[in-house]
Design a protein. Structure first.
Lengths: 374, 510, 422
């Protein structure tokens, strides 16, 4: 064998040299820790499903929450951990958390609502005493409700219905009585996607036929191709619906390049920067906006309360605990329209469930919290 | 006159082999200097050093009075030396002009490639060489002779003062050879110095001013062509003292083992159509049959046919022990009792990553297994027995095969095949790259094996070798059998005559 | 291949590469355990070991197959897709053995979670998955030996092709059987639940058994010797009477088989099969393990122990980084694997480079490489320093200093080299 004996020795030495750098501050300041905090800061981890601008607002919410509820003095910190858009990736991360003793709370937006493996890892964490909640996406509530204590986030069915109602109003105002529509999403199997799409289908009107649900695997390039192919493959398309944040610019982009802007009604979820601009140009007729910022803030509030066993706060957030769906906290949901001239009116929505905003009002709110998207 | 090239005591060794030993030589400007020698005499190594292919050696090389050591062919070209290899170095997909300017393409003032200028320049060169090659023609569409002219044109475009031609006529037809001679005359008229490597006497005497003979990596002598004759040169080329070997005199061949009738091997897409045509011979037990022939005569192909290793289907009949055989894969030949030691040990023989023991046991490893598992004890015993019976000099079974000298490596490979207990052993140029002492040892080994009842076929590019070991010699020329000599009849002269016979005939046929 | 005697450390009875990797693994484990503020590797060594083993066994199984193909002189780029394909095959066969589910409401529904698969169904599904691996291996052999495609091209075709084929198959068959098409199948049978629960031990045992089998084949059988022979010198092997096509057939089938087995485990582990997303990039980590473990991509060189340790080493380092960087460690995974591979393979050539006149930074090409490498080093350190207290506020300064220092060191090497060349 020609292999030099020095090969891996060298490799290991290099790796060993590089490790302290990864170790970060505790290694750099040994013995400097506060003796009252033996064991150091405990961590709350927020595991997202896939990196996206949508989660940036959430990160700001987490940081805001950390300040608001003074995590530092409670010996806690919160970090956001990016997933890679696969079930494998999330399982791997959850197992990693299980080996690390400084993790006391896990908030997760599950990539896959039905995966028994994710559920089992969550249960193992709970067994270890780690507090587990789901945010933004829930696990399959029928089967795996007990794998998390609480769910924070949008009621996606209501969100979908809100968008469906809006689309119906716009189509009606345009005099379109029937036709086809297509919904675009990253993963048709995702729980939130399913609920939203079902909601839209519920309320858009019985004369409009959902001819397809196109999945793109969170690939923005394919998201555009899906829209292109839809326009080519189906006739009489009257509305396009973007379910995930990046679907909105994908739809408006393709409509622009095919000169279809304004001819087809567009409804989307989540206010990405590009989507906000598109709505300003009236390329999007209606937008349902979740509040990932608030999700961040509420996550910190709830996790801190759970870790410190602060029943008063928990009771405040979940007054109906014990009743059906009493373990769900709905973060704010907004419907945003370009301006007052929109056929969608505030009266269409139930007060307290959906907040009605024009784009100008929405932008004001963003600026207030230093956000670019929501 | 000041020599344009001075070679001073150049020595080049490869692991296990001394390729050049203390070679000194002067080339005068404007002369055509022929370098003669047998295969393996060191001609190619010397040319590789001159053309910058080989950069590390001992000794000094002066070109135009300056001491040089080329780091690559580019450096040699800059010093004015170009080489036309036996195996042409052209990119077949590119046009003639593109090949001539490969690596130093002409550019327009904007920096783009200037194809027009290159084509014009190429056409100009071709006109100068009196030949009819389209500059835009892809090289793959050209005949070998024309391809060679492209290499010459390239050398001209580099305005090389020194041109090395390595056996340039070996692949040419008679008319192409004549044209080449005319081109050479033109080059000489321009004052180009030519180093001409060949072992064909008629060419050498027709073209050269002086002749240098190399043998076993040493310069034997430099002679002025006019003052010598072909006989003297041949003698000097061959004239090694073969250790007085008294081999084969008392061998008595037994019954016929192998019978070959009208063997043919097609050559699809080639003008000659057949790599081998109508070869017939018999091989008896305890006999060594030598196969002589120039390079490309089909020696290796013949052995490959017998061994089932030919790449095209073989026609004709091969009888082994009276039974007609048709081998589709070497394993079938091996199982029938034929073994073959391939030429070019490094490329086709040894497994460099394996040790000596593993190299020897490879073909017969099955015999050392119990229930499918190899018993390392039995494997070692097997290899060890061969090391001893063949007297291989090695540090042990676990030594690396590449640490052995050429002769000992060859013994290991012969051992590999002897383990399969063959009745016919095919040896393809077994002494190539083996030094003289080891050669004699290999000859004795062949003799011994023969006496033990093996039938051997050996090919060699060295005639004296064949004359030493063979009972009979079959001569091939361009794929045809042109003579069969008994030991008593065979002389170097007669063999060479038969080996070059095809050339004349082929020329007439063309 | 046994190591030749007569070089440094000749007294050491074990192969040096393997020893070195082993030491490296221990070193990384200890250093990480010490640096990690939680000292997870010491405090929870069993959980950590389990975590590492689970991944290493899976990677190791695939790497074994990859190494056999590499030793025979080929390459198998299709492993990741093969895993997805075998898992899909497995799940789809089980689908045909589900019984309609009677729900609490008394409603009868299709069992789309694959809960009620019969024992026979599970058995046949696993056999089917394994067979799919052998069939793909045969396909590779056919493309390589009969059509004479280079192995890289043949397996590149299946790398992109198989995954897509699996997705299509999934959509088609679920539509036929369940009436609604889906690209994701949930696997929730008690058997696979049990397998998931005990995955660490079972996959480790399977890996060890497979490694043992591979070791026996490679070093104790005629076939194994032929594998090394073909990888070392294919034409010489043919002329030695080896039926090279058949040996390759074994190698590619073995690789397919290993990936197929890994596919079953990964399916159990994920509890879902989604061919579009499953086991992406697995093939490259498997090849990297083999290469780090001493296999030569030219063929003819490599050991089972080396490959196994290579896989373990990769996983340990990846895991160590996850312990040290608390969030988002997987961002750096590719970078780490890349660096390990480059360093490991460079150090094999280290002695040849330092003994010959070959240079690390020859000519203008070399001069350009120096700032490139320096900038990369500076950037890496800057990224890593973001968490370090004393460097946090001086990131740019740190980056510039590291860049300049590497620039100086590399330029010094360059100067030395050009001096030596003269």
């Amino acid at each position: 064998m020609r292999v030099s004996s020095r090969r891996s020795l060298l490799a290991s030495l290099l790796v060993a040299c590089a490790l302290p750098w990864f170790a970060g501050c505790p290694a750099a300041t040994p013995g400097a820790g506060d003796p009252t905090q033996s064991g150091g800061t405990k961590r709350i981890v927020f595991l997202i499903n896939i990196p996206d601008p949508y989660w940036e607002a959430n990160l700001q919410g987490l940081n805001e929450g950390a300040k608001m509820f003074d995590l530092a003095s409670a010996g806690l910190s919160v970090t956001q951990d990016p997933g890679n858009g696969t079930t494998e990736g999330q399982i791997e991360k959850l197992r990693q958390y299980a080996t690390q003793d400084d993790i006391v709370g896990v908030a997760i937006s599950p990539w896959d609502a039905d995966s028994p493996a994710i559920v089992e890892e969550l249960q193992k964490l709970q067994k270890k005493g780690v507090k587990v909640i789901t945010v933004d996406n829930d696990v399959n509530r029928e089967k795996y409700r007990d794998s998390r204590s609480f769910y924070l986030g949008t009621d996606n069915l209501i969100a979908g219905q809100a968008l469906g109602t809006g689309l119906n109003a716009v189509l009606d105002a345009k005099g379109v009585k029937s036709g086809n529509f297509v919904q675009f999403v990253g993963n048709t199997e995702s729980d939130n996607a399913r609920a939203r799409m079902d909601g839209v289908k519920d309320k858009i009107g019985a004369d409009f036929v959902e001819v397809a649900r196109e999945a793109d695997g969170s690939d923005t390039g394919r998201a555009k191709d899906n829209v292109r192919n839809t326009l080519l493959n189906h006739k009489d398309i009257v509305a396009l619906v973007g379910i995930w944040a990046y679907n909105a610019p994908a739809i408006t982009g393709v409509l622009q390049e095919t000169n279809n802007t304004g001819k087809i009604v567009v409804g989307t979820f989540d206010a990405q920067e590009l989507a906000i601009e598109a709505m300003a140009k009236k390329e999007i007729d209606v937008m349902v906006v979740q509040n990932p910022f608030d999700m961040g803030v509420q996550t910190v509030r709830l996790m801190k309360a759970m870790i410190q066993d602060d029943q008063a706060t928990i009771k405040e957030m979940f007054p109906k605990q014990g009743e059906p769906d009493g373990d769900m906290y709905t973060t704010g949901l907004r419907i945003v329209v370009p301006d007052e001239s929109s056929p969608i009116k505030k009266e269409l929505y139930e007060e307290g469930v959906v907040e009605f905003m024009t784009l100008a009002q929405f932008r004001e709110w963003l600026t207030k919290f230093g956000l670019k998207s929501s | 006159m000041q020599p344009i090239i001075q070679i001073r005591s150049i020595t080049k060794t490869y692991p296990g082999v001394v390729a050049l030993k203390d070679v000194s030589l002067d080339i005068l400007p404007g002369e055509l200097h022929a370098i003669c020698g047998e295969n393996g005499a060191g001609k190619s190594t010397l040319m590789k050093i001159l053309s910058g292919v080989v950069g590390s050696y001992e000794g000094e090389l002066h070109v135009g009075g300056k001491l040089v050591q080329f780091g690559g062919t580019r450096a040699a070209e800059e010093a004015g030396i170009s080489i036309i290899h036996q195996e042409l170095n052209l990119v077949e997909q590119l046009s003639a002009a593109a090949n001539i300017f490969l690596g130093r393409e002409l550019r327009t003032s904007l920096g783009f490639r200037d194809d027009r200028a290159m084509e014009q320049a190429a056409e100009h060169l071709f006109r100068e060489l009196e030949c009819n090659i389209g500059a835009k023609q892809p090289v793959s569409e050209l005949r070998v002779g024309d391809q060679q002219l492209i290499e010459i044109a390239k050398a001209l475009s580099l305005s090389s003062e020194i041109l090395i031609m390595d056996e340039p006529t070996s692949a040419l037809t008679e008319s192409e050879v004549e044209r080449l001679y005319r081109v050479i005359a033109r080059l000489r008229a321009r004052g180009v110095t030519i180093l001409y490597i060949s072992h064909k006497m008629d060419e050498v005497f027709r073209l050269s001013d002086r002749i240098t003979i190399l043998r076993d990596g040493r310069t034997v002598q430099t002679l002025v062509t006019k003052e010598t004759n072909a006989q003297q040169i041949t003698q000097l080329m061959v004239g090694r003292e073969i250790a007085a070997l008294d081999l084969g005199t008392e061998r008595t061949p037994g019954e016929v083992v192998l019978q070959v009738e009208k063997l043919r091997l097609p050559w699809p897409g080639h003008a000659r159509q057949w790599r081998l045509k109508d070869i017939s011979f018999e091989l008896r037990q305890g006999e060594i049959l030598g196969i002589a022939g120039l390079m490309g005569a089909g020696r290796t192909e013949l052995l490959e046919c017998l061994f089932g290793a030919a790449h095209d289907p073989v026609q004709g009949t091969i009888r082994l022990h009276g039974k007609v055989q048709q081998f589709a894969h070497p394993i079938e030949a091996c199982e029938a009792g034929i073994a073959m030691v391939t030429e070019d040990r490094k490329r086709l023989g040894i497994f460099a990553e394996m040790n000596v023991g593993q190299n020897i046991s490879l073909c017969q490893l099955k015999e050392a297994t119990t229930a499918g598992l190899v018993s390392s004890q039995r494997e070692e015993a097997m290899s060890q027995s061969m090391l001893q019976s063949l007297a291989v000099k090695t540090a042990g079974l676990v030594a690396r095969i590449t640490s052995l000298s050429g002769g000992n490596q060859q013994k290991c490979i012969i051992g590999r095949w002897l383990l399969t207990k063959p009745t016919v052993l095919l040896l393809d140029d077994p002494t190539r790259g083996v030094d003289v002492g080891a050669k004699a040892e290999l000859y004795r080994l062949m003799d011994r094996l023969c006496r033990e009842g093996l039938a051997i076929i050996i090919t060699s590019s060295e005639l004296p070798e064949l004359l030493t070991v063979s009972d009979r010699i079959l001569v091939l020329s361009e794929g045809r059998q042109t003579a069969m000599f008994s030991r008593a009849e065979a002389t170097e002269h007669r063999i060479l005559e038969a080996a070059t016979k095809g050339y004349a005939e082929a020329a007439q046929a063309n | 291949m046994s190591a030749p005697s007569g070089r440094m450390l000749a007294w050491w009875p074990f192969p040096l590469t393997e020893t070195a990797i082993f030491l490296a693994i221990v070193l990384v484990y200890l250093v990480t355990g010490a640096l990690d503020p939680n000292h997870t590797y010491f405090n929870a060594w069993d959980a950590s070991a389990k975590m590492i083993l689970r991944n290493a066994a899976l990677l190791g199984i695939v790497a074994l197959g990859a190494s056999v193909v590499i030793i025979v002189g080929g390459i198998d780029l299709s492993s990741g897709s093969m895993i997805a394909f075998s898992a899909t095959t497995c799940a789809l066969i089980m689908m045909f053995f589900t019984q309609p589910e009677v729900q609490a409401s008394g409603r009868i529904a299709m069992d789309t979670g694959l809960v009620t698969v019969s024992g026979l169904g599970i058995f046949l599904a696993m056999v089917g998955a394994v067979l799919s691996g052998l069939m793909v291996g045969t396909l590779h052999t056919w493309m390589v030996t009969s059509i004479r495609l280079p192995p890289f091209v043949a397996t590149l075709a299946t790398l992109v092709g198989l995954r897509s084929f699996a997705r299509g198959m999934c959509l088609f068959l679920t539509k036929q059987y369940w009436g609604s098409e889906t690209e994701k199948i949930t696997v929730n049978t008690p058997f696979f639940g049990w397998l998931r629960e005990n995955n660490v031990w079972i996959s480790s045992v399977v890996f060890l058994v497979l490694a043992l089998v591979t070791w026996v084949i490679l070093s104790r059988t005629v076939l194994g010797r032929h594998i090394y022979a073909i990888g070392g010198n294919e034409e010489a092997a043919r002329l030695s009477g080896i039926r090279t096509e058949n040996v390759k057939w074994f190698a590619y089938c073995f690789s397919g088989l290993c990936s197929a087995i890994a596919g079953i485990f990964l399916m159990a582990d994920n509890s879902t099969v989604q061919p579009a997303l499953m086991a992406q990039g697995f093939e490259l980590n498997a090849i990297a393990s083999a290469v780090v473990g001493g296999c030569s991509l030219q063929g003819g060189i490599g050991t089972v122990l080396g490959t196994a340790l290579g896989a373990l080493f990769l996983r340990v380092v990846i895991d160590a980084v996850a312990k040290l960087i608390k969030a988002g460690a997987d961002v750096y995974q590719g970078m780490i694997v890349g660096i390990i591979v480059v360093v490991a393979v460079t150090s094999t050539q280290f002695s040849t480079i330092s003994h010959s006149s070959r240079q690390f930074f020859p000519g203008w090409r070399g001069i350009w490489a120096i700032p490139t490498i320096s900038l990369a080093a500076g950037m890496c350190v800057m990224m890593g320093s973001a968490n370090i207290q004393f460097a946090k506020d001086r990131l740019l300064l740190v980056g510039i200093i590291v860049t300049l220092v590497s620039l100086a060191i590399l330029s010094f090497i360059k100067l030395l080299e050009s001096h030596r060349a003269k």
